[in-house]
Write a protein that binds this ligand. Sequence first.
Ligand code: SF4
Ligand code: SF4
Length: 104
Amino acid sequence: MGQAMVAIAQDACTGCDLCINHCPFEALLPLTTNPEGRSHKKRPVVVVEEQCVGCLSCIGSCPTDALHEVSVPPLALVSPLLHPSPRPETETVKRWGNKKTRWA
Ligand code: SF4
Ligand code: SF4
């Protein structure tokens, strides 16, 4: 049995940011810029692969079903957990405000 992680269908991601607080590992972060040619006005959220542990806590948090589970091959030589894509340019998200003491 292989591990899992998540991916975001960029065409379906409106950039609403609802999923961000559902990831305890800060693996869901907004891109710094909106890629050219995108149909949505707001920049998308992406999965930072090196931080995603596949807990699937975020699944179900997306109103457009852009978030989906993907299987990670059990063979470490080809696993994206060991060979993640280049880290995208993402914004920093303040997760813990003065009165925020728990995840969403
Ligand atoms: S909840 Fe869905 S649409 Fe909203 S930012 Fe996350 S992936 Fe994109
Ligand atoms: S599967 Fe877990 S670690 Fe990966 S993005 Fe979703 S909540 Fe974060």
